[in-house]
Design a binder for this molecule. Structure first.
Ligand SMILES: C[S@@+](CC[C@H](N)C(=O)[O-])C[C@H]1O[C@@H](n2cnc3c(N)ncnc32)[C@H](O)[C@@H]1O
Ligand code: SF4
Length: 410
């Protein structure tokens, strides 16, 4: 009942966001901010993946690099970035030299304090890791998802062997890189025993952090085939993973994250609480009370070449920002400082304490299920204008740009 009420309230807050496709506002940052770079290329498309990507080609890569370097040149930013995170798509479809060009262009304007990147293991080599380290990356995230060939084949994902993953992680750690591995729970063909086996195998390699993502279905995004089990069962398997991972020295740092050591890295968590600027097609930014989202690759390349900076813009909606802060707090499994939350969420937290979801500032078992369901709702219902005409008041105008830009693929 409490879970259903909180999900309804949150989804209502998210539904209020309506975007307009228009010239983007000038960025304003005071204090600390983050930088996100979106690399939109993949070698193949995994059937479950909702993130924006197009199939890699050298021509598209050249156009993308030209556009993103110009986008950085034209952007009026300065100061100190707390983090730079390169995500995708598959960032390692770019050569390390291409990544260096992007980073160097940013460093002409801002000081960058920490750099992390997402990597597809099937395409990753020791040499690539060595070069990333040489240009200043300290943190990497590798998408393993499952070691089962039956699962991987069913989703069209590039196959990687356990031995290859083990070699990469051991080599990355020997270079002093901090390593997160993404595992997924509930993929097609991935039954409970396969999940248990996947978690056991990854824990024997001992990456610094393991993230166990339940299979999520984003609003109005095609994702198929459907999950192999219910959300509650996916949560149950993540709870089992907690028990198993304790035996290997991991502690739970979030509802879906487990780490050895004290250094934790949450690529998305910070995005909920500090302003950041995104570069590249479909990249998100939040600053100056605005939420800004870049267009898809074809429109992005065409507009930047024409000297235009167009994007989907919406005023940051206070209720949605507050719900995301609350979601971040319970994702971290601690509710110790509620001072920056509005009074209705403080009352809601009091109710959660009275009904046994929170005890001594920490989430209980049923509290963790609430956190799982709230986080799932935040991700699945986050308003996204790309491919969602209902979220954009002038989508026709955007479509007319798409016809001119025309890769004909999203
Ligand atoms: C966008 S991928 C980037 C890295 C690289 N392309 C790869 O696949 O390894 C980042 C992570 O998103 C997660 N992911 C993708 N689709 C998901 C879904 N439907 N639900 C939950 N997590 C998902 C996967 O764990 C994946 O490792
Ligand atoms: S999971 Fe990674 S490799 Fe697969 S389609 Fe998504 S971004 Fe590309």
């Amino acid at each position: 009942m409490i879970i259903a009420i909180s999900k309804t309230m949150m989804q209502r807050a998210f539904k209020k966001t309506l975007f307009r496709f228009m010239e983007i506002p000038k960025p304003v940052f005071d204090g600390c901010f983050g930088i996100y770079i979106h690399v939109p290329f993949c070698l193949s498309k995994c059937s479950y993946c909702p993130y924006y990507k197009v199939i890699f080609s050298e021509k598209r890569k050249r156009e993308y690099l030209e556009a993103i370097l110009k986008e950085i040149d034209d952007m009026d930013i300065q100061g100190e970035a707390k983090w730079l995170y390169i995500g995708g798509g598959t960032p390692n479809t770019l050569a390390v030299g291409d990544i260096y060009d992007i980073v160097a262009r940013l460093r002409e304007k801002v000081q960058i304090n920490s750099m992390g990147i997402e990597l597809l293991p099937a395409l990753l080599t020791d040499e690539y890791l060595k070069e990333l380290k040489a240009i200043g990356f300290t943190k990497i995230s590798i998408g393993v998802e499952s070691f089962s060939d039956q699962v991987t084949k069913k989703t069209g994902r590039k196959i990687t062997t356990y031995e290859h993953v083990r070699g990469l992680i051991e080599f990355a750690k020997s270079l002093g890189l901090w390593v997160n591995v993404d595992m997924m729970v509930g993929l097609p063909n991935q039954d409970a025993n396969t999940v248990r086996d996947d978690i056991k195998r990854i824990s024997t390699i001992l990456p610094d952090q393991i993230t166990t993502y339940p299979y999520l279905i984003m609003r109005r995004r095609q994702a198929f085939p459907s999950p192999s089990c219910s959300s509650k069962e996916r949560f149950g398997l993540i709870e089992e993973a907690d028990e198993m991972l304790k035996g290997y020295g991991y502690r739970r740092t979030g509802v879906w994250t487990f780490a050895v050591g004290n250094d934790i890295y949450d690529s998305s968590g910070d995005e909920l609480i500090i302003d950041y600027i995104g570069f590249g097609p479909t990249a998100y930014s939040t600053y100056g009370g605005w939420k800004v989202i870049n267009p898809e690759l074809d429109v992005y390349v065409m507009n930047i070449a024409d000297g235009k900076r167009m994007g989907f813009i919406a005023p940051a909606n206070k209720a949605s920002v507050d719900w995301r802060k609350f979601a971040k707090m319970i994702y971290d499994l601690k509710v110790d400082d509620t001072s920056n939350l509005p009074s209705y969420l403080k009352i809601f937290i009091r109710l959660l304490k009275l009904t046994g979801y929170i005890k001594h500032e920490s989430l209980t078992g049923k509290g963790r299920f609430l956190a799982h369901e709230i986080t799932r709702s935040v991700v699945e219902f986050l308003p996204s204008p790309v491919g969602n005409p209902g979220c954009v008041e002038n989508y026709d105008e955007y479509s007319s740009y798409k016809v001119k830009g025309g890769y004909g693929e999203t």
